[in-house]
Every structure is written in C-alpha cells, then in structure tokens.
Design a protein around this ligand. Structure first.
Ligand SMILES: Nc1ncnc2c1ncn2[C@@H]1O[C@H](COP(=O)(O)OP(=O)(O)OP(=O)(O)O)[C@@H](O)[C@H]1O
Length: 310
C-alpha cells in the first residue's frame, strides 16, 4: 500500500506536485497517468525517498521509505534512465545489489529466469538493447520480493512481446496480493493493464477512479447522422437524456440514442438519412480532454503565473 497525503513538491518557484492525496491499494494494478511534465516521476521519486516533499507525507506499507529496515524487500522500483554499471554483466549487477541488501544469491537466479534474461545474464550490460535493459530493471525491482512495486514507464522500449510479458507479470503480481503502481503518459497502454487510475495534470490529482468507472463515464457513444433535413431531425431527437450538436451544416452528433433509435425516429418522420454511424470515443481522447481541462481551468496562482510567463 502506498499513501500519498497532501504532498506538494516545489523546485524553486515551480510547483511539480501540488497538494496530491491518493492511496495505491494492494491487489490492483494502479496506473499513474498524466501528460509530460505532470509530476509523475517527481511523485514516484518521493515515494521511493529519493526526493523529499516540500509539504505532506508519503508512506509505503505504513512507513516512510527511509524508515524501513530493509526497503528493497518492501518496495521494488524501476525508474526511467536507471543507472547501471555498464561494464558489469547482468548477473553481477544483480548479485552486487543482492549482496548489499542481504538478499540470498539464489534469488538472483530466480529473477533472471523470471524476466527471461538467462541467455544473456553473463553479458555486459553496456551491450544491452533498451528492452533488455528494461527487463534487467524489472529484475532488480523484483530482487527483494517486495510487496509493493513502483514502475516508471515500464514498457518504454519494449517490443510487443515484451509489452505483453510485462502485462502478464504485473497481473500475476497483483493476483498474489501485491501493490503495483505504474506510470505512463499513454492511456491506450493503461486501458489494457490497469484496474485503477490516478490521473494528474499540472501536479494536481484530477481523477482517482477505477478503470471500469472511467470507461463507463468516458467511453460515451456518439452517433454521427447526416441528413438534408438535419434541423428538423435535430428537433425530433433532442430530449432530457439526449443532446445533439451540429458541427457542420447537414451533420449532427447525437449523444444518448443508439443508431437504431435514431433510424426509427427518422423513418417514422419520413426523413431520409445520408449517414448513420456509431462512433465510440476512445479513452485516449477522454484522457486528453480531461488533462487539457486541468490546464485550461486551473486557477491555482502558481499555474497562472507559469502560464503567463510562458
Ligand atoms: N529536479 C528538478 N528541478 C527542477 N524542476 C524539476 C525537477 N524535476 C522535475 N521538475 C519539473 O517538475 C515538473 C514535473 O516533472 P516530472 O518529471 O515529475 O513530470 P512527469 O509527469 O514525470 O513527466 P514525463 O512524462 O515527461 O516524464 C516539470 O515541470 C519538471 O520540469
């Protein structure tokens, strides 16, 4: 479990994280989403004790990271651009980590197999592809067999097979009751992996919701209708649960009715249709809208200062 309570992080006069509060629960993959510069990496660094909050507190499994006697056993992390000694082999890199954290040698072999690096384990890390480097990073994160995992953009650089592998691995970890918190700026990726979402924009939490609720709320169905008598049809369609917009002459976008219902209304009123197309808004679009709004409508003084300055 990760608890972020009223956390703010300032760098000079720049607010990277702005009074963020949320909880990451065990047994679920929680996706941490936000556009570039939203504050995801900063929040993750604070969870891992690599940066101190200006205000508020972050707890991992009930304590601050630094207060855990064996932090690698509590929380495993994969951060972007992880520093690895490039002259070492993958095996030796993991062994050095294990030995300095009181983790038995056999665990190194276990995690190497778990991430599929057995064949290259004795090769120098300097020659690794980005995808192999990511697998090595995941191996390091799993080394202490931690209850909680924090992964910053874990599929970065992975090929489709690697992406699927990460997804299955994360599912297995949460099925085992662990806490998984992973960041991305891609909604499409989260849609397939996460059970729960925390979305930030400009450092502020703008959504904390289950994926199911997010999908139900935002994957709204719109039906596109073209007709010569669009105005007449519009008057027939609008109602308390139905809204209609007209982005251009002769074209309607209808929310709240199925294409079948619209077809029947048109037929009953003898209105010929030129087009009747159901369109499902993607979650990526919903995410873009949501984070765009956070930028547009934020009236926090710091945000305003920044917007005016840029
Ligand atoms: N060490 C630092 N010094 C000054 N400003 C920083 C520092 N680290 C982050 N920032 C600023 O804080 C804000 C949040 O950055 P952060 O890297 O946390 O965002 P992010 O959501 O992880 O973005 P990305 O998706 O691009 O990785 C940005 O405006 C960034 O420029």
């Amino acid at each position: 479990m990760i608890e972020v309570v009223g956390v703010t992080k300032r760098y000079g006069d720049r607010v990277a994280v702005d009074d963020a509060t949320f909880t990451v629960r065990p047994g679920l993959v929680t996706g941490f989403l936000g556009p570039n510069g939203a504050g995801k990496s900063t929040t993750m660094r604070m969870i891992l004790g690599l940066d101190a909050p200006t205000a508020g507190e972050v707890r991992v499994n009930g304590k601050r990271y630094a207060d855990h006697a064996a932090p690698l056993r509590e929380v495993g992390a994969l951060l972007e651009a992880k520093a690895v000694h490039t002259g070492r082999s993958a095996y030796n890199h993991l062994l050095a980590l294990a030995l300095t954290h009181g983790i038995p040698r056999r665990r190194v072999d276990e995690v190497i197999d778990l991430v599929g690096l057995r064949e290259v384990a004795r090769k120098r890390v300097g020659g690794f592809s980005l995808g192999m480097g990511q697998r090595l990073g995941v191996a390091a994160a799993l080394l202490g067999d931690p209850h909680t995992l924090v992964l910053d953009e874990p599929v970065n650089g992975l090929d489709p097979e690697g992406v699927r592998w990460i997804r299955q691995l994360l599912r297995a970890l949460v099925a085992d009751g662990r806490t998984v918190f992973l960041s991305s700026h891609l909604m499409s990726e989260m849609e397939l992996t996460a059970d729960h979402l925390v979305i930030i924009g400009k450092g502020r939490v703008i959504a904390d919701t289950s994926m199911a609720d997010f999908t139900a709320r935002f994957s709204r169905k719109v039906v596109r209708v073209r007709a010569q008598e669009a105005g007449t049809l519009r008057d027939l369609l609008v109602g308390p649960e139905v809204s209609v917009t007209a982005p251009e002459t002769g074209l309607l976008e209808v929310h709240g009715l199925t294409s079948g219902e619209i077809g029947q209304i048109a037929c009953r009123n003898a209105i010929p249709l030129d087009e009747l197309t159901p369109v499902v808004a993607s979650l990526e679009e919903a995410f873009m809208d949501l984070t765009q709004d956070a930028v547009e409508f934020s009236v926090h003084p710091d945000v305003l200062t920044e917007r005016t300055a840029s």
